[in-house]
Design a protein around this ligand. Sequence first.
Ligand code: CA
Length: 247
Amino acid sequence: MAKQKPKGNSKSKPKTKNYVRNKNQRPSSWIFWVIGIIAIGIVFLLFVGNFGNKDDSNGGASIDYKNQPYLGKDSADVKVLEFGDYKCPVCKNFNETLFPEIDKDLIQTGKIKFYFINYPFINVDSRRSAQFAETVYSELGNDSFWKFHELLYKKQPADQEAEKQDIFTVDFLVKTLAEATSNKDAQKVKKAFNQSKHDEDVKKDEALVSKLGVQSTPTLFVNGKRFEGSTYGDLKKQVEEASKGKN
Ligand code: CA
């Protein structure tokens, strides 16, 4: 168990000199290789470590934002994601009270991109309206989607009983879309909806719900990290920290 004796100075000193004087590149290049590999290893660990921290709240899962409707400028470096259900009264409340502040302070100023993902679980018309909204997005584009999205939340009845009633029928959704856009657009979407052209998009959203372990609506994520606060101030703080790269 004795400690290994350090090698004598008499041996190591001349060796060090020899490496230089004899222009023997082998040992020195070997050392550079070792240092290089260690450096690459450290950089790799830092890189992996950073990603791990970013996604602590969702078990390291990454979010695919492709083909999801969003508001905001492309240059915004923070992505805020809302999981919502068109039949959810808290989502309606969020949309009408908190969202205008988010829009004014964070979206319009170019600080965030705000995404909406469907998590339809409350009633049969939750899924129908989610499928319809996906169809609006695919057939008419981002702007029409948000007009429809806003109007549909506005039309959600204030009566809590309505939550479990089938209110968002196809006719209701088509009429709402016609109000938000035009009759012609609404008929185009109705046709595509009846052909179930974009139903896969809701399944894609639901896969993300499972992946991130979302269990309620509205649930927000800021750059992949779940928002646990309750006020607009909490959200603003998390956005600012995300912007500085703290999460
Ligand atoms: Ca979607």
